[in-house]
Every structure is written in structure tokens, then in C-alpha cells.
Design a protein around this ligand. Sequence first.
Ligand SMILES: O=c1ccn([C@@H]2O[C@H](COP(=O)(O)OP(=O)(O)O[C@H]3O[C@H](CO)[C@@H](O)[C@H](O)[C@H]3O)[C@@H](O)[C@H]2O)c(=O)[nH]1
Ligand SMILES: [Mn+2]
Length: 920
Amino acid sequence: MASNKHFSKIPSNLSNNSDANDPPRPYVPNTVTFARRTNSGRYVNYSRDDLDSEIGSVDFNNYTVHMPPTPDNQTTDPSISQKVEEQYVSNSMFTGGFNSTTKAHLMDKRLPGGEGGGSKMERRLSLMKSNNKSAMVRSQTGDFDQNQWLFETSGTYGYGNAFWTKDGNFGSGKDGDGDNMETQDLMNKPWKPLTRKLNIPAAVLSPYRLLILIRVVVLALFLSWRIKHQNQDAIWLWGMSVVCELWFAFSWLLDQLPKLCPVNRSTDLQVLKENNPTGKSDLPGLDVFVSTADPEKEPPLVTANTILSILAADYPCEKLACYVSDDGGALLTFEAMAEAASFANIWVPFCRKHAIEPRNPDSYFSLKRDPYKNKVKPDFVKDRRRVKREYDEFKVRINSLPDSIRRRSDAYHAREEIKAMKMQRQNRDDELLEPVKIKKATDEPLHGDSEGFIDLNDVDIRLPLLVYVSREKRPGYDHNKKAGAMNALVRASAVMSNGAFILNLDCDHYIYNSEAMREGMCFMMDRGGDRLCYVQFPQRFEGIDPSDRYANHNTVFFDVNMRALDGLMGPVYVGTGCLFRRIALYGFDPPRSRERSSGCCGFPKKFGNSTFLLDSIPLLDASTVAEAIAVISCWYEDKTEWGSRIGWIYGSVTEDVVTGYRMHNRGWKSVYCVTKRDAFRGTAPINLTDRLHQVLRWATGSVEIFFSRNNALLASPKMKILQRIAYLNVGIYPFTSIFLIVYCFLPALSLFSGQFIVQTLNVTFLFWLIGGTSAHLAAVLQGLLKVIAGVEISFTLTTKSGGDDVDDEFADLYMVKWTSLMIPPITIMMVNLIAIAVGFSRTIYAVVPQWSKLIGGVFFSFWVLAHLYPFAKGLMGRRGRTPTIVYVWAGLIAITISLLWVAINPPAGNTEIGGSFSFP
Ligand SMILES: O=c1ccn([C@@H]2O[C@H](COP(=O)(O)OP(=O)(O)O[C@H]3O[C@H](CO)[C@@H](O)[C@H](O)[C@H]3O)[C@@H](O)[C@H]2O)c(=O)[nH]1
Ligand SMILES: [Mn+2]
């Protein structure tokens, strides 16, 4: 059942099966409030105060769990009603100002007009008042002012698209009340670009292109030679090999062509700061999405560290929201997130106070370099020591979660059975829900005090919003893997914080450079940046073996291919470390695009029926948690365009490539942002099996794309030709495997059949080879000798044919007279033969050390002799004396050298099995 799916990684005794009509009750420490929203919209609270005895030491902050009724209200089905549809966690600290004993309620904070409504809400409401409704009307005709999307507040956001109105002039954006002064100031300043495109210098690029050209020409010549010179004796062998070679050439071309115009880019964070004179909330809203799916394969400690790095990032905290998607629906992950939220209270101010990098505690505390470098505040040592200890305790708490969850569950079970008897008429109601006085979150920094844990007098202690989301999954509904999870987050975040931008990270990819988000924003906010659908950052990895045996770094891809695509329409989306523009995910066309899509009608049909969600699209309406819950239910997407046109696109296990492709196909551009200090870092599979499975999944995804409507051959005219080729290559590369397999078997096939892929080697070619390695080489040497040492070059008189042999006028043809010019070609031949023989004997020795003594010796003597025979024959002349003596000698020399070679270099690892090596 679905419930098993949700709790698949949690011991089964965790789900309370004793009371079928009660909603599920996850077990969390005492200060946590559980609530269920009834059908009438009321909240029923479950206080777990009585469960705290054994975990009294755990200092949880308040958070609230909302468990909605099952979406289709099938509450009579016990198996479904036991399921936790989704859980929301909002740590009260995130909006700042709650004290730790307050029982706060997420709904209370977020409902319009609710006591202590968050600052964001108020802003949005005031915005709604000051904005005319026409914006919304415009949006529903599919043609709205995209600039409105960017900003929730009336603040100023610098130059670039933030200020470009439709006429291309500076404007104060929307409701320019009160901020016109700053806008005016900015307008008077000269325009400074936020980003720069650095073209690769011609000195590098021209030879690079020339090389490609040369290779194309050589390739064409080679292929035409191969096609013209068929092996009539074995057409099948020739045919197979030529087809393979043609495919290799084709796939090489697909790979090369998009690389013709690589670019580099840089950003100017200083300009971004200058453009934000108030220096606080002047960046657009940003929602960070983190996906996790399985607490066993993706340890909650890793995810928790990622979350901490996000919460501590250098971005205005009232503009930042972090959404965790838990596709495993695991209580373990859920509680680990709650622990992380709690630890963030210490960690985030510490990072801000001392400018810590990286802001992932695990990475920070295991840094090899000197932690005191550039640290000037006198209390750094003390603070660091304290935070380190706190972190260690945090880690232990996370590690003990599986156990403590189990214990709490058992205790709960016992208690619940007793209670069930006497509490039939129980009606725990709204008493616990009375709104509490909460200090309002503000736009102003909230400074800490010096009394607490560390001195936070000058440090902003507010934290960004953190939301835990576990979407509903149910048999019969395709959950569409990561893409489905991301789309649930797109909707949930739309009704909660509705950031104009979305940063997507896998749970193991943390923020390594706390300014990374700002770097990305530079591109989005620069002039013309409104045509960017996303900014992709390179994936960088930690913990890979130094030799990178399985190419986990994907260096060529991330440092060559992606930079090259950046010179076309932009890099592909690679699934993590990508900053999206929300409206691009909504399937809109880029601004100023000529053909508008006919997307004017049927908004609800595309986006689903949530009016809150629809209203959030023009960014002008309020949001509620209840709505967020509705939009992540499994049926929400039925008969909508989620996954087909909107959001992450379904239908491929590499949802990333398809999602990016669709945007490029609409004419959006993307940008590759390589920061000096890595923006994000993640982990990669280092064992061969996991790596192969990963490569397999990517290749499968490509094949899925190839056989779908997302095949680049069917791309729209808006896609540039080279970009199209790049996407075609992404879809086609796995097919090379077929040709590779065939080609790898060709040597064996030719040995079995005694045929070769070509009939003969051209005589001209052979003479060219002999001449090239003998006479020409000697000529170079002689010439050099003359120039350097003044050695005169002698004139060797060419022998004139006497033609005295009446029987055979070509008798001379076969006559080989010894000359030192033959030394190089003969050496080449000998060395190659010996190398083959040695290699062969070493292989045999490695496999069957005992037998090889005999077999190896005999076999390779013959091997060498067989190859020497034609040579010896040629050397002695066709009608010369018997060459026996020559090849006996040559054979003996070869064997002696081989023996010496093997004796000096016994094959590794076999010395014990084979003993000392000696031929019979
Ligand atoms: O049903 C699912 C399956 C996966 N995920 C998440 O998707 C991410 C990527 O999965 P992972 O197993 O780590 O795949 P990788 O091969 O390491 O990831 C790369 O390739 C994937 C496409 O195959 C992209 O989705 C990733 O973003 C990209 O980093 C992880 O955060 C998972 O938690 C879900 O949320 N739900
Ligand atoms: Mn991964």
C-alpha cells in the first residue's frame, strides 16, 4: 500500500496501526505540535507533551506538522487514512522572534491577517493593494509584464532587466512609492554591466578550429579511401568495418561541431552590491529546492548539511526560502531536517559573524587548511570551539535518530493502547491552537545579544524559511521521479514564498561558495538577462580517487562541452546547481519573442485548479499552507500540463536534459556560470558498479529522449542549428555502443576467417613507409651533420642495370643488398615483433604460469620465426642461398631478448604461483 511506500525506510512499528480511524501520528519530541486539518478547515492538534521523558535532552524548536485529510476524503479506508499525506515543518525561528516555548502554528503565521503574519505576507498584501488588477488580467492573456515577477517588494534591484520597462527605458518597476529617490540616483549613475562575456583569444581559438578542420579533411580522405578499396574476398568484413567507421566519424562530428565557439564569462559582484543602495532586501525572491528520496542511500546527515549551507548562504534572508522534497516520506529525514533547523540557530549566525566558508559544517570542520587564516575577531577561537562541539552533538543526535524514533514509537504504542480505552469521547480541540503573540519578522536585521551562546550583538540572527515537503504518492499514479517531486515543490513554493527564481540542488550538492546565488543573479539581472531561462553552474565533486579512475569529474563535459554550448544558446541543464527563472518553468515564451504561443486560454487546464496557485502566477495574491497541501497531492496534476509543458518535464529518467531542452526550444537562452571558487560541490559514486548504474541511467534517459517528441530532429525553428546538433548528440551517443561492439570483434573475426578489412596494402604506401623511415631519415641526419659539423655529403653513384640476365629481366628486382639504410626499418620491425612476442608470453604467464613455461617458449619462438621468414627471404633474395641460417640466428636473438625481458620484469602478482621464471 501507499503507506508502506511512505514509510519504507522506517521500521514498521513506527506506523501506528492500533487505531484505524485516527490520523497517523509521527513521533517527534515534546515541543512539537502536530495538527490535522479537518474537512471543515479546522485544525485539530495533537500534543505529544507526554512523550518527552526519554528525550528530554533534545532541544527542539517548535515546528508544526500539518496532516491534511486524504485528498479524496476516503477517510473510511483505514489503510489510506493512516498515511501521512504530507508534512509541513516550519521552524518558528525561521521568521525570527519566536521563543522556544511558544507553540506556534504555521497557519497562524501565514494566513492573511493572522496574528504575527510574516513580513513577506504583509509585503505581498500591500503590494496587492498598490498594484492594479490589470497585471493579472494581462497575465491571463499569456502576455504579461515579466518584470513584475522579479520582485515582491518595492525595493530597487539595480540595473538590468529589473529596470527595463517595455519601452526599454529605465523605470521604477512597479509601485514606485517611496523608492523613487534611489531609482533616480541609480539612473544618474553610468550603467555598469553585471557580467562580462570573455571571448576565447583568437590565438587559442584559431588553431583549435584549424585542427578540427584538418581532422575533418583527413577523416573525409580516409573514409573515401576505405569506401573505394573494398576487400572483394570478404565484402562482409569490409562492409561491417566501413559502416562502423562511418558511424564513428558521424558521432565525432556531432560532438565536435557544437564546440566551435566556446566562451567564458565573469560576474561583478561589486556592481551588484552598488546597485542595491539599501543593501538589504534588494535581491529578488529565491526558492531553493532540495530533493532527497531515500534516507539509506542519501544519509540525512548529508542532506542536513546541505540545508545548513543553504540557510547560511549570503542572500537576504527574507528573500530566501528552502524547500526540501522528501520522496521517501521518511520520518528519519523529517526529524533530521527539524534537527538541522534547530542547529541552524547556532550555525548560521556563526557563519555570518566570522564569514565562514564553506557553510556546510561537515566540510568546514574537516578542512585541512588553517582555520584561523584571515580570521581577526578575537572571539573566533572561542566561538569556533563551541560551535564545533555543538555540531558534534548534532551529529550524534542525527545518528541516534533511527534508534530514538523506534523507542518513542514503542512507548507511544503502549500508551496509546491504554488511552484508546478511556478516551473514546476525546475531543482534543482548538484550545491548543489559540494564536500566540509573536514578534513580527521584519525587513530590518534582527540582532542577537551577547548573553547567549556566542556573542551575536552585531549579527543578524534571522533565518530563511525552511519547508519540508513530502508529496503524496499512491499506487495508480505515476510519481514521475525527481521531476514529479520538483513540480510539487514548484506549486507548493508558489503558494508559500513564490520566489521569482528557483535554485535546484540534489541533496548531496551543497553550497560551497556562499556568494554563488548572487553570482547567478548577476546574469539574471544584467541587461538582456530577462531572456535567460536558467543559469547552470558546473557540477564539482568531492571524495573522488585522485586518479579519477571512472571519470567521475566529467572534466571534458563540464570544462569543454558546457563552455562551448554557452557560446550557442546555452548549456544544458544537468539536474543540480541550476538557477531557474520561475516563469520559464511555467512554460512561457521568453520576452520579445516574435511568435507568441497561443497560450491565452485555459489557464486552469494547464496549471490545475488551485486558484491560489493561479493567482500566485502574477505574484499578487496571498498564499496558504492549506493550498500548498492541496497542490502536492497525487491527483493534482490530472488533466493539467504539469510535466508535459509546465515545470520539470516527464518521460525521461534524465528529466534535466528534457526540461532544459524545452526551454531552449522556446527560444530561451541559458548561461554557464563558472565561479572562481566552486559554487556547489557534491559527491559522486566511486565504485564501478554504482558508476555504471549511473551511466546506464543517463544513457537510458538519452534513448528515451531520442524516441520521443523531444528528439532534437523535431526541434522548433527557434533552436539554433549547432544547439540542435548538440541536443541530437545527447540523444544519439548511446547508439555508438552497437558499432563499438562490432568493431571490437573485428580483429577476432579476421583471425578466424583469415581475411582482413582491406585487401592489400598499397605497394606505394609500403615503399613510402620504407623510404620514410630509412632514406629520408638518413637525409635529415646527413643534412644536420653538414650544417652543424660541416661533414660533406658524398655522391653515391646509382648502379645502372646491365640487363645481362636473359632468363629473368627483373632479376634485379628481388636483389636486396645490405645497406645501413635498412637499419631503421628493420629495427622497427624487430622491436614490434619482440614486443608482440613478449606481450603474448606475459599474458599466458599471467593466466597459466606453469604451462606458460612450455607453451610460451615454443609458441613465441615460432611466432617470431614465422614473422621473420618473409623478411629473411627478402633479405637473401628470391633465388639466394637457403635463408635458414639467417632466421635461426634471428630467432635465437629474439628468444634471448624475450627471456631477458621476462626475467627482468616478472608479471606482477604471479611470482608466488609461478615461482621463478624459466623456460624449459
Ligand atoms: O524518485 C526520485 C528519484 C530521485 N530523486 C532525487 O533526484 C536526485 C538525483 O538522483 P541521483 O541518484 O543522485 O542521480 P545522479 O545520477 O547522481 O544525478 C544526476 O542525474 C539525474 C538525472 O539522471 C539528475 O536528476 C540529477 O539532478 C543529476 O545530479 C537526488 O537528489 C534524489 O533524491 C527524487 O527526488 N525522487
Ligand atoms: Mn547524485
